[in-house]
Ligand binder design. Structure first.
Ligand code: ADP
Ligand code: MG
Length: 606
């Protein structure tokens, strides 16, 4: 094999900003690991001492270098990764600039050993602060080992600028993990101060993520996949119920490079909206593939920021991909976390009058009449339509089955057979509904929160005042800061049915309240709403209205200990299933679980 390294033309060399390639140990780690992977290695070790201050070593089993290439590789603008003018564009997008080794060699002491398969012996090279010290034959295994010692030994200012060892090691680890996440097919190990920190065997992508974050991630991840003419998206997102209290496991990779992209991040946030409690963050590992000429990576010297053409399209595609993935895998989170449950409800009793639970137009049945008197009608969204059809489909599918017999062992749980809507009943704070393949458990209060929330949102968006009950005017006062919030929210509160007059300072008069809140203490209710509202404010992704609707829903939902009749329960279930997100409450809590028949059977295995 001939020598393969060529010098970039001067014009190009100048075109490429010199940039500050190496800012800290982690930057050197990134460059060395990239080179190792580029060299076709499938086993790479990273060895770190003192967070990279005294030693960064990368050992790979890749293609190695010839004696001449080994020497050439440290020249500025020396690269084997482009060889024709037409590839110059790829320099910008892929980041090949032939600068990394030269930059590292300028600020450290380097020892490199390298050998190609076809060579008898390897070559060993010593360089210090860009000065060539020695090159000699050596015995070494196929591939390359580069040791970078005493980083910044000749740049004290830089050295002093470094953070604590803990902080620097964290940066190093982060680079290592980013590398690991785009190269699952490479075995990667990391040692710090002689201790093995990671050993990641070559695997598939999901296994790699699980290997990094732990076995319990197996059930936390949901695949995302979306192809389009502009971009392809794949990867994994975390189920909402496992969202974390800290940001962190949020990764975008574009053409296999880690990037930061606040705009696309926002798109994922939006997709999760209403599924997460306000102070938690979803995990995501999103891999975007797109043609090189649709992106410009070089807007930032460390190459973690990119500009897309079609930014807005990509935003929309990503959001819908994530939303779809969430919908598909979250529609009824099962207790054993098996993917995709179908909810096979039992047929209603043949003799019972069948009420279409979704016909909100013609039915004046209101499940909450007896207690709160609140129901809302609003135009159906796409999501609601699909929920409803899903639900109806399940009814239809079962409608022709012979009714299960009481106590039948064949259907396992058909104990309540013969009762309309499969014997729905209340068990403490839950609604229990039988199905032919399991038992559906619904948290009643959360379900009600979801229904109320949807209603409030519809009300707020319709810009017409909701049904209102007049009240003997009551004066209420708040602390000044709260009074400001009340003033801010007043227009929206009025859309929801409150009638509030501002008396100035911290005093108000309330002379109307939303239907259903009659028997509540008004000041109490408003205070609780404010309290929730303020808590939610910290979550910037929620808009003020969603925030208010959520605060109202939480405070007005049926109390957990309230007894409800069968009709009310069934009405609640059907309203839930025509709501926008039947699976989670507006605060992101789980509404329903399926206890599968086979798991119930397991309970009786002994
Ligand atoms: P670039 O990666 O942008 O080409 P570098 O300065 O990182 O620039 O590396 C220069 C050249 O040295 C590479 O193009 C490659 O030919 C060679 N090289 C660097 N590291 C390795 C390695 N671990 N194994 C084989 N070749 C390498
Ligand atoms: Mg490189």
């Amino acid at each position: 094999m001939p020598d393969i390294i060529k010098l970039l033309p001067d014009s190009v060399a100048n075109q490429i900003a010199a940039g500050e390639v190496i800012q800290r140990p982690a930057s050197a780690v990134k460059e060395l690991l990239e080179n190792a992977v580029d060299a076709g290695s499938d086993d790479v070790q990273l060895i770190i001492k003192d967070a990279g201050r005294t030693l960064i070593q990368v050992v790979d089993n890749g293609c190695g270098m010839s004696v001449t290439d080994a020497r050439m590789s440290f020249e500025r603008h020396a690269t084997s990764k482009i060889n024709a003018a037409k590839d110059l564009f790829a320099i910008r997008t892929l980041g090949f600039r032939g600068e990394a080794l030269a930059s590292i060699a300028a600020i450290a002491q380097i020892e490199m050993k390298t050998k190609r398969v076809e060579d008898e012996v390897g070559t060993k090279l010593l360089i210090e602060g860009s000065k060539f010290k020695d090159q000699s034959p050596c015995t070494t295994t196929d591939g390359t080992s580069i040791s970078v010692k005493n980083l910044f030994f000749n740049v004290p200012a830089r050295r002093n600028f470094l953070k604590s060892n803990t902080a620097e090691l964290r940066h190093v680890t982060e680079e290592f993990l980013r590398m690991a996440m785009v190269n699952p097919e490479v075995t990667l190990s990391m040692y710090a101060n002689d201790k093995l920190i990671y050993k990641l065997k070559k695997s598939g992508l999901k296994e790699r993520i699980v290997a990094i974050y732990g076995n319990n991630y197996k059930e936390r991840l949901v695949p995302v996949e979306q192809e389009s003419s502009i971009i392809n998206i794949k990867g994994f997102i975390g189920k909402p119920e496992y969202a974390r209290k800290t940001r962190g496991e949020q990764y975008f990779f574009v053409n296999n490079r880690f990037i930061k992209h606040p705009y696309l991040h926002h798109s994922i946030d939006q997709a999760y909206q209403e599924l997460l409690p306000s102070d938690t963050f979803p995990s995501y590992f999103i891999y975007i593939e797109t043609e090189a000429d649709r992106i410009d990576i070089n807007i930032h010297p460390t190459k973690t920021e990119v500009n897309f053409q079609d930014q807005q399209h990509i935003y929309a595609i990503l959001k819908s991909a994530v939303r779809q993935a969430l919908g598909k895998f979250n529609i009824s989170p099962a207790i054993d976390f098996d993917v995709e449950q179908s909810i096979n409800f039992m047929p209603p009793d043949k003799n019972a009058p069948i009420r279409n639970p979704f016909d909100t137009q013609s039915s004046d049945y209101n499940p909450f009449e007896n207690q709160d008197g609140i129901s809302y009608k609003k135009p159906e969204t796409e999501r609601e339509k699909s929920n409803r059809e899903h639900w109806e489909m399940l009814f239809d599918k079962n409608a022709d089955l012979p009714p299960p017999q009481a106590g039948s062992t064949q259907t396992g749980i058909a104990v309540e057979a013969g009762h309309a809507a499969s014997g729905t009943f209340q068990f403490g704070k839950y609604i229990v509904a039988g199905s032919s393949n399991g038992i559906l458990l619904i948290d009643r209060k959360r379900a009600h929160e979801r229904i109320l929330y949807d209603g409030f949102m519809a009300q707020l968006q319709s810009d017409t005042t909701s049904s209102q009950q007049e009240l003997f005017p009551q004066q209420v006062s708040f602390p000044l800061s709260d009074a400001e919030i009340v003033r801010e929210l007043k227009p929206d509160l009025e859309l929801l049915g409150f009638n509030i007059n501002d008396l100035g300072k911290n005093n108000f008069v309330v002379s109307g309240v939303p239907a259903g809140t009659m028997n509540k203490n008004i000041k109490d209710l408003l205070e609780k709403i404010l309290e929730n509202y303020k808590k939610n404010l910290l979550d910037l992704s929620q808009d003020a209205r969603a925030n208010l609707a959520r605060a109202m829903a939480v405070n007005m939902a049926v109390k957990s200990d309230k007894q409800m009749g069968i009709e009310e329960l069934e009405g609640l279930v059907s309203q839930l299933f025509s709501s926008s997100v039947p699976e989670t409450s507006p605060s992101g809590k789980l509404i329903m679980r399926v206890l599968k028949q086979e798991n119930i059977e397991k309970l009786f295995n002994k």
